[in-house]
Design a binder for this molecule. Structure first.
Ligand SMILES: *[C@@H]1O[C@H](CO)[C@@H](O)[C@H](O)[C@H]1NC(C)=O
Ligand SMILES: *[C@@H]1O[C@H](CO)[C@@H](O)[C@H](O)[C@H]1NC(C)=O
Length: 842
């Protein structure tokens, strides 16, 4: 959600962006080749109890996995991996990998290619999918059911095509420059998918012609100009046929038992390195990690055939930044430009990626700036009082409920941080009352255990992708359950008996997104995380699972922060560390791929977007600030978006952010006034000035409102409820009680106890006709710019427009700018000067 305004900065892979992770111990018994997982440091499961008793019971997804693909394997299955399209029906959409390739599993073979078309429109990167080759074997009859997964881990999947005893096993390993095809008693058949074959091993082929060669290395060029190398690990005879100008095949002379490695030769200068390392191939990877108090090391350890020390892999920019003791060949030796920037080579089958872990858990890294205390406490008292007098929500969905309650949970944490335990309790009670619905089978919105893939979903969404952002199809779980965990952790922090009672149940949500272990029988490993890509995917198994997106990096980071809070209150230190590692890696992925640093040299090795040099000017937050300035001052754009930008900017300049935050009157469901100002007031303060210098406020108290231009007072009464500046003396002026609402206030007509409301259309006079005050009954009253001291402008929250005075004196909220606002004086009702005498009127 929060992603929308920021999405202009997201360099999205339209087609994809890849994913990876440790090979799970799922193997079919007939697969002798597959290597079992080495599981050294992997943490055990958070729990292994069955979620079948969850309030919504069990359901089955409307898009269960293609049964032939997982033949012989049992759930849980990955849902948000780069290869989700292999398993999600119909099972033949394009997968987001294995980078640098994209691929799909067709009835008749594995298709793959590397895009040679990169488009940059100023805000996003697109590399349309390109299919270069299909690899299969002659004996395969093209039956869709004749291919299946034989194993998978946190990054790789092994797929086998089979016909009788003939098999083709392919190890789909992100980061491998070579596609690897292992044949057993099968006659290799490669088919060109992007034009005809124009030459084979240097020999030009006219349409209709063919040529054969025997050996271990072959070169083929297609009519689009792409060159591929084919390496055979044992000698083979291949015959290339230019079937027509647009199609061609390469077929072995006989059934083959051995390995072919197929690799795109993007530049002739890459051949030497590819020649040197083709003989060692990866079949799987184990994921491991180690921790100190302040760091986490993510370890990828590829299982190889051949000496692991000679494994040639490709790195993304974020790998190169974090890799310890890397053995990097020159970047000129090999490289592919992907949506994440250049993939460059590295040698060796073990990577250690070192991350600094956060020391932050519950409290911000520094105390609230004292200049902000009064305003934060005033907001806190107000917002907690609002909760205390309202009915805690009955969940109507997962996403909005979670975002709303997580924002409210922050109020308890802020109250605790500021030593106001009296304000903690009402928030916790409120949260508990609302959370209780998740435990009741009679609730209208229910969590259920989905059995075909394995996970907790919104029950109603299991067969309807349009419910809850596709939660039932496994979209966005890290966002949704991150919020749930934030709320649950906050309750648990202050109510140990609640924790004891509900811990196992809340763990279903934790296991759904941060299960670290292949030994949890009910949940896949860390559902959304793509370990190789360095971030999470929000996309589950909807739409054939053909493309991946992340959509909201902030909410992903927030999701793992929620997991960290839950781990810190309910789980062991291992899971605290694991959540911190997820948080650190997710943040780093967002920084490298979603935040642009245009001052970075476009030719720099680790800049993922070499084309972006002109668009923005300084650091990312400054960029966002200036880039979004037109939106920030546009009254038609919702405050809930503006406050996200203001929060981000507070990391660069908290004083300016605090000033701007005073303009905000709507924080959306995912934020509160208190949390926003608390956040701003706890940012690094490099210049030392008070962060909340002088935050403007409405004048609060009892007032008569006087039009500055002609001295008329605003009248309103039970007989005429409209506000009209028609009273020529204060004695016939209406008296209004002006009360605090964060950054704004309400105006209540004292004589009738009715609140002044501003219609959203801006076509009608303000009227004192509401018994209770909500959004439309809020006004921002500020010293009018350029006017005499004490002359105020008034802005209606309902439509963000300023109050003007019509020909008949009616006050109407239709002024597009502050300058258009009429000027008003707020004359305290206890000190109205009448005929030279101060008279008390109340
Ligand atoms: C993908 O599968 C669907 C459903 O079986 C089929 O209609 C379609 O032709 C297939 N596409 C390809 C490219 O194989
Ligand atoms: C918001 O606040 C800033 C700083 O106080 C001010 O300069 C700006 O004009 C305000 N914008 C709007 C739309 O009120």
């Amino acid at each position: 959600m929060f992603g929308s305004l920021l999405s202009v900065f997201v360099a999205s892979a339209v087609v994809t962006h890849a994913l990876p992770g440790a090979k799970l111990p799922y193997e079919t018994s007939d697969n002798a080749v597959f290597q079992p997982l080495e599981r050294r440091g992997i943490f055990g499961p958070i729990a292994t109890d069955s979620p079948a008793g969850i309030a919504g019971g069990e359901v089955a997804c409307g898009a269960p996995p293609v049964s032939s693909f997982f033949a012989g394997l049992n759930p849980p299955f990955p849902t948000n991996s780069w290869w989700a399209s292999y398993a999600a029906p119909p099972g033949n959409e394009t997968a987001a990998g294995p980078w640098p390739y994209e691929s799909a599993l067709y009835n008749d073979g594995v298709v793959f290619g590397i895009s040679t078309n990169r488009q940059f429109d100023g805000t996003s990167i697109k590399q349309p999918t390109q299919t270069d080759w299909r690899v299969s074997f002659v004996e395969h009859q093209g039956n869709f059911a004749n291919h299946k997964a034989t194993g998978f881990d946190t990054q790789t999947v092994t797929v086998q095509y089979f016909q009788g005893s003939a098999t083709l096993t392919t190890y789909l390993v992100p980061g491998s420059p070579y596609m690897t095809f292992q044949f057993a008693g099968a006659t290799p058949l490669l088919t060109s998918m992007n034009g005809g074959i124009t030459s084979f091993n240097g020999q030009t082929l006219a349409a209709g012609a063919s040529t054969s060669a025997t050996g271990t290395e072959f070169t083929v060029v297609d009519s689009s100009g792409s060159t591929y190398l084919i390496y055979a690990l044992s000698s083979i005879t291949l015959k290339a046929t230019a079937v027509s100008s647009s199609s061609g095949t390469i077929q072995a002379s006989a059934a083959y038992t051995g390995v072919l490695r197929v690799v795109k030769l993007a530049s002739a200068s890459h051949k030497a390195l590819l020649d040197q390392y083709y003989q060692v191939y990866p079949t799987s990877v184990s994921l491991d990690y180690s921790f100190t108090d302040t760091t986490g090391t993510l370890i990828f350890d590829w299982t190889t055939v051949g000496a692991g020390s000679n494994l040639l892999m490709l790195t993304y920019p974020h790998h190169r930044i974090k890799l310890q003791n890397p053995n990097f060949p020159a970047t000129t030796a090999l490289g592919y430009l992907t949506t994440k920037g250049w993939m460059y080579p590295v040698i060796g089958n073990q990577w250690n990626l070192l991350y600094t872990l956060t020391s932050i858990t519950w409290d911000p890294p520094r105390a609230l700036d004292s200049s902000c205390s009064a305003a934060v406490l005033q907001g806190l008292e107000y917002e907690v009082a609002q909760l205390s007098t309202s009915t805690p929500p009955v969940p109507g969905d997962f996403y909005y409920w979670g975002g709303t309650l997580a924002a409210q949970a922050r109020l308890a944490l802020i109250a605790d941080n500021l030593g106001r335990s009296d304000l903690v309790t009402p928030v916790i009670k409120y949260l508990e009352t609302s959370f209780a619905y998740w435990f009741e089978s009679s609730s209208s919105t229910l969590p259920a255990y989905e059995t075909t893939w394995g996970g907790v979903v919104d029950k109603a969404g299991a067969t309807n992708v349009n419910i809850d952002f596709g939660n039932g199809y496994y979209n966005d779980h890290h966002f949704h359950y991150g919020y749930f965990l934030t709320v649950a952790a906050t309750i648990a922090k202050f109510d140990a008996s609640w924790l004891n009672q509900h811990k196992d149940y809340i763990n279903f949500f934790a296991r759904d997104i941060i299960n670290p272990s292949p030994q949890d029988p009910y949940f896949p490993i860390t559902r959304c995380r793509d370990w190789f890509a360095g971030h999470s995917w929000a996309s589950g198994i909807a739409n054939g699972a053909g493309s991946r997106d992340q959509e909201s990096t902030g909410e992903a980071v927030n999701g793992y922060y929620g997991a960290l809070l839950w781990a810190s209150v309910a789980l062991s230190q291992d899971y605290v560390n694991y959540a911190k590692l997820l948080l650190a890696t997710e943040q780093h992925g967002a920084q490298v791929y979603w935040h642009l640093y245009p001052q970075e040299d476009p030719t720099s090795r680790d800049n993922p977007y070499p084309e972006a040099a002109v668009l923005y000017d300084t650091q990312w937050v400054d960029n966002v600030w200036s880039y979004t300035m037109p939106e920030l001052v546009d009254p038609t754009i919702g405050d809930e978006w503006k406050c996200v930008i203001i929060d981000a900017y507070s990391n660069a300049n908290p004083q300016v952010a605090a000033e701007w935050s005073a303009n905000i009157t709507d924080w959306g469901t995912g934020q509160t006034f208190t949390n926003e100002l608390f956040f701003i007031g706890t940012r690094p303060n490099t210049n030392g000035a008070p962060i909340c210098g002088s935050l403007p406020q409405n004048p609060y108290g009892s007032f008569r409102i006087q039009l500055a231009s002609n001295g008329n007072y605003v009248a309103a009464s039970s007989a005429n409820t409209n506000l009209v500046a028609s009273a020529t003396s204060s004695s016939t002026a209406a008296v209004f009680s002006s009360a605090y609402v964060p950054n704004s206030g309400t105006l209540e007509l004292v004589s009738t106890s009715q609140y002044v409301t501003a219609d959203i259309s801006g076509s009608f006079a303000l009227a004192a006709i509401r018994g209770t005050a909500s959004t439309w009954e809020r006004f921002t009253i500020r010293q009018k710019l350029g006017a005499a001291s004490g002359v105020y402008s008034i802005k209606a929250t309902s439509n963000g427009l300023w109050i003007t005075v019509g020909g008949d004196g009616s006050l109407i909220n239709n002024g597009a700018s502050e300058a258009a606002s009429a000027g008003f004086r707020f004359v305290p009702s206890a000190s109205v000067l009448e005929n030279g005498i101060i008279s008390a009127t109340e």
